[in-house]
Design a protein around this ligand. Structure first.
Ligand code: FA5
Ligand code: MG
Length: 471
C-alpha cells in the first residue's frame, strides 16, 4: 500500500501531505515536527512492538475484519460531526487538535472512520488500527502522535423476530466466542445510570443494553487477561516478571463519557502503583449508526491505546522509544518469538531547567490542561458555562501551546514538562507560571551547553509567541 512521507514544503498558503496539497488558513496549526511522523506507520512495521501488540489484540477478535491502512488526514465531519460531537466540545479546539485547515485535520482518534466503515460494510465486526494525533502534554506516557485500535461489533435487528431473540443471540455469541476468565474485575457501578451513564431509552431496552454491555466487557476482559497472562508466562519462562514488581494483574471498569457511545466505560489496569486507563468503550450511539445508513444495527465499540498496552506488555518505560530508529531498541522485538521484556540499553542523565514568566497583562488567565487533552471530556452542562472557551475565542495562554513550543524546539530531547508553580499577584492581578522542562535524550548524554541552548531557545520563543515576561 502507498504510504508516502509527508513533505514539509509548506508554500506559504498550502501544505503538502502524502503528495496531496491542502490550502492553509487561519486554522492551520500542524507543525513540521508533527508531519515528520506522518506515514511512519509503526503499527504495521514488521517486528515493531506496536505491530506485535496490534496482532495480539486482533487475535482475540476472531472473524473481525482488520483495517490497518486508513490515511490520517480526515475531515472535521469525519472526526467530530459524524460522531455527534457538540459544536463547543473542547476536543474541537485548536489547542487540542492539529488542523490542516478549517475543514481538514489529522485524526484525533480511530473513531473518525467508524461511520464510513459502518456504511461501506454491514458485516459484523471490524478493527481499525492507525496513528492518531493530539496536541497534548509532554511526559513519559504522552506523545503527540500515538496509535489506537478501534473495534466494533454489531447485530442486525432485522435478523430477529423479537427483542428477546436478539438478546438470546448476543448471549449465545458470547458463550461461543468469548472464553471465560477467572480474573476478579472490579466493576462497582450499574450498567447504566440515568444521569451519570444513560441508557439510550429511545432505542434500546434495558435488557438489550445489558446484553450488549456484558458481551463488550467480557470480550475486552478476555483480551486483557489473555494478553497479560501469555506475556507473564513468557516472561517468567525467561526469568523475568511481567509487571516488574511481581504484582498480580488488577483491572477495573469506570464510568465514562463519549459523544459516540452511551452508556460508556473505561478499562483501567494497575501499573506501577497507579491506575492506567487503557481503553474507552460503550454501546454505540444509535443516531451514529443511522447516519451510516445502518439504523437497524445495534452493538458496541471500543478504542484502545496501543502504546499503553505495549508499554505494559514489554515494560517499555518511555513512549518516545516507539519512534526510535536505534537498533539497540528495534532489535529487541521479534514477532516470531514469545514476548521478551525490554532491556534498557542505557539511561542518560536528566537535565532539568525551569522557566518562570508573567502572562501578558490583558490575559484572561491561563488554561492548564489538568487531564491530558481527551475526546472523552464531558460536554458542557446544558445552559451552563462551557468548560473551555468557545472555539473561536483563543485563550491568551493555553498550556498545550507551550507544549508545542517545547516539542518544536527540542523534539525528542525532552522527557517531561510540568507546571511546578502558579500564582496570581494580589495587587496587579497578573498571572505567573513556572514550568520545569526535563531534558534527556534516549540516545546520548546531553551536555550542559546543549540543554542550555535548547532552553534559551524555548524561553525566547515563549516571549515571541505569547508576549510573556520572563522572570
Ligand atoms: C477515545 O479516543 C475514544 N474515541 C475511544 C472510544 C472508541 C470510546 C469507541 C468508545 C467507543 P480516549 O481519548 O480516552 O477515547 O482515548 C482512548 C485511549 O487512547 C485511551 O484510553 C489511552 O489508552 C489512549 N490515549 C489517549 N491519549 C493518549 C496519548 N496522548 N498518548 C498515548 N495514548 C493515549
Ligand atoms: Mg480516555
Amino acid at each position: 500500500p502507498k504510504r508516502l512521507y509527508a513533505s514539509k514544503e509548506s508554500t506559504g498558503s498550502s501544505l503538502t501531505i502524502d503528495g496531496e496539497s491542502y490550502p492553509s488558513d487561519s486554522w492551520t496549526n500542524v507543525s513540521s515536527s508533527i508531519l515528520e511522523h506522518y506515514g511512519r506507520a509503526l503499527h504495521i512495521q514488521q517486528n515493531h512492538p506496536l505491530t506485535i501488540t496490534r496482532k495480539l489484540i486482533e487475535s482475540r477478535f476472531k472473524k473481525f475484519q482488520n483495517y490497518n491502512d486508513l490515511p490520517g488526514v480526515v475531515t472535521v465531519g469525519q472526526n467530530f460531526d459524524s460522531l455527534g460531537f457538540t459544536a463547543d466540545h473542547p476536543g474541537r479546539s485548536r489547542t487540542d487538535t492539529y488542523y490542516i485547515n478549517k475543514h481538514t485535520l489529522l485524526r484525533t482518534h480511530t473513531t473518525a472512520h467508524e461511520v464510513d466503515i459502518f456504511r461501506a460494510n454491514s458485516s459484523d465486526g471490524y478493527t481499525i488500527s492507525a496513528d492518531v494525533y493530539r496536541r497534548d502534554s509532554v511526559d513519559k506516557s504522552h506523545y503527540p502522535v500515538f496509535h489506537q485500535m478501534e473495534g466494533a461489533l454489531t447485530w442486525d435487528r432485522r435478523a430477529f423476530s423479537s427483542s428477546s431473540d436478539l438478546i438470546a443471540q448476543i448471549q449465545a455469541d458470547m458463550l461461543a466466542n468469548v472464553p471465560k476468565h477467572d480474573l476478579a474485575v472490579e466493576d462497582p457501578n450499574p450498567t447504566f445510570h440515568p444521569e451519570r451513564n444513560p441508557l439510550q431509552t429511545k432505542y434500546h431496552t434495558p435488557q438489550e443494553a445489558e446484553a450488549i454491555a456484558t458481551h463488550l466487557k467480557r470480550s475486552l476482559e478476555d483480551m486483557v487477561v489473555t494478553i497479560f497472562t501469555e506475556a507473564d508466562k513468557a516472561l517468567k519462562a525467561a526469568g523475568h516478571d511481567a509487571q516488574g514488581e511481581d504484582e498480580p494483574l488488577k483491572v477495573r471498569w469506570v464510568e465514562a463519557f463519549f459523544p459516540h457511545t452511551s452508556p460508556s466505560w473505561e478499562l483501567e489496569v494497575w501499573w506501577r502503583g497507579d491506575w492506567l486507563e487503557v481503553l474507552g468503550c460503550g454501546v454505540i450511539d444509535q443516531p451514529l449508526l443511522t447516519r451510516a445508513d445502518q439504523p437497524d444495527r445495534v452493538g458496541w465499540a471500543f478504542g484502545i491505546g496501543l502504546e499503553r498496552i505495549a508499554m505494559l506488555l514489554f515494560g517499555i518505560p518511555d513512549i518516545r522509544l516507539f519512534w526510535s530508529k536505534d537498533s539497540r531498541f528495534l532489535s529487541q522485538f521479534d514477532e516470531s518469538k514469545p514476548i521478551q521484556r525490554y532491556q534498557p540499553f542505557s539511561k542518560y542523565p536528566a537535565a532539568p531547567r525551569d522557566v518562570a514568566f508573567w502572562l501578558p497583562k490583558s490575559s484572561t488567565g491561563p488554561v492548564i490542561a489538568e487531564t491530558p487533552a481527551s475526546v472523552s471530556s464531558a460536554p458542557s452542562p446544558a445552559g451552563g458555562q462551557p468548560t473551555e472557551p468557545p472555539m473561536d475565542i483563543e485563550p491568551a495562554f493555553h498550556e498545550n501551546d507551550l507544549m508545542e513550543v517545547v516539542r518544536n524546539t527540542a523534539g525528542d530531547d525532552v522527557e517531561d514538562v510540568k507546571l511546578i508553580d502558579s500564582f496570581t499577584h494580589p495587587k496587579t492581578g497578573r498571572h505567573s507560571l513556572c514550568y520545569r522542562v526535563t531534558y534527556r535524550s534516549l540516545e546520548k548524554t546531553l551536555t550542559n551547553e546543549e540543554a542550555n541552548a535548547l532552553h534559551e531557545q524555548i524561553r525566547n520563543e515563549l516571549v515571541e509567541r505569547f508576549g510573556v515576561e520572563l522572570r
